[in-house]
Design a protein around this ligand. Structure first.
Ligand code: FES
Length: 344
């Protein structure tokens, strides 16, 4: 049996596809020329997330970090795991243009610098100029990098904007025994080749019209840096509040760059928050949601972007619900740790 399915996108466009009973929604869309953003195809990364507005469906494997219980209650779906059993309507919270843009490229890059900022954070710089044209991506999107001499790939958000010479940066959390972490600590050398697949993901800055609240957990900061560079070029930028939560002081990175935004963005409010602060730390401590200001957020409609570990994202969403805030839009990207996906 075949079902008629409408796919709605944030830019107001609707595409109609047919989906066979035995077919995954993602495969049906691709078969009919609509390349939804995709990465793992295993129900883990959440990149293909949408929402069922009308109709019935079943999902195969859904990792709890890709979709929370709240997400499932809200009929959020992963297109790579969804089969429909009636005519249906799905909504994807990104512009339809991202579908065709999401045809990613595989590119050989060359390591140009590796900064071990702390025991837990590295900044990897690569030159992707083997690709002759400027690589198009939206700040907030991510790339998959192959660990040299292995079949392992890991995903990391771009930490800078597209540029004519394709010089790219990534903030990378160093795990005690991660394959990329071990490579960066022990084997990474200037001039080595790292294969990259990009661009990926549907997390990006939408039209900027209302105050922005950016919530970054750990190396989730990476996704916001290119966005902030874009905002800094807007003469009429609205207020931007950046909350950046890490475990310890040594995990804070790109501090100079963040402080510079204060002079480039007229109403930029930056708050680093440390959950396991040392005695010498005089700034804010605890978790990000402990420092959100309900009265300030209730004054005006706002757009909130969250990027970081799933518990942080769920804690902030709980806080928003508990504080009865109504007029906001929310966009999130979870950094997951698994065999296939690792943006921590
Ligand atoms: Fe569907 Fe990763 S592509 S969850």
């Amino acid at each position: 049996m075949t079902h008629s399915v409408a796919l709605n996108f944030a830019d107001g466009k609707t595409f109609f596809i047919s989906v066979h009973d035995d077919e995954l929604l993602l495969d049906a869309a691709i078969r009919q020329g609509l390349t939804l953003p995709v990465d793992c195809r295993q129900g883990v990364c959440g990149t293909c997330k949408g929402q069922c507005e009308i109709g019935s469906y079943q999902q195969e494997y859904v990792d709890e970090e890709a979709l929370s219980t709240r997400d499932l209650d809200e009929r959020k779906i992963l297109a790579c795991q969804t089969r429909v059993s009636s005519n249906a309507v799905f909504y994807f919270d990104h512009d339809s243009a991202l579908c065709n843009a999401s045809k990613s490229l595989k590119i050989a890059t060359t390591v140009t610098a590796i900064e071990l900022i702390s025991e837990t954070i590295a900044v990897l710089h690569v030159d992707a100029s083997s690709h002759k044209y400027p690589l198009n991506f939206l700040p907030g999107q991510y790339a998959r990098l192959q660990i040299p001499d292995s079949q392992d790939w890991r995903s990391y958000s771009f930490a800078n904007r597209p540029n004519p010479t394709n010089q790219l940066q990534f903030l990378i959390r160093l795990l005690p025994n991660g394959v990329m972490s071990n490579y960066l600590r022990q084997d990474c050398k200037i001039g080595q080749t790292i294969f990259m697949e990009a661009p990926l993901g549907s997390f990006y800055l939408r039209e900027v019209k209302r105050p922005l609240v950016f919530i970054a957990g750990g190396t989730g900061l990476s996704a916001f840096l290119g966005m902030l560079d874009n905002i800094a070029e807007k003469p009429d930028a609205p207020p931007v509040y950046l909350y950046y939560g890490v475990n310890q002081e040594m995990d804070l990175c790109e501090q100079e760059r963040l402080l510079e935004y204060s002079s480039r963005i007229p109403h930029f409010n930056y708050q680093p928050i440390i959950s396991q602060a040392s005695k010498s730390w005089t700034g804010k401590t605890g978790y990000i949601q402990d420092h959100l200001n309900r009265d300030q957020l209730a004054e005006q409609a706002f757009d909130m972007y969250l990027c970081g570990p799933p518990p942080m994202i769920e804690a902030v969403k709980d806080w928003l619900e508990d504080h009865d805030l109504q007029d906001y839009r929310i966009y999130s990207e979870k950094f997951l740790q698994s065999n296939t996906v690792n943006r921590l």
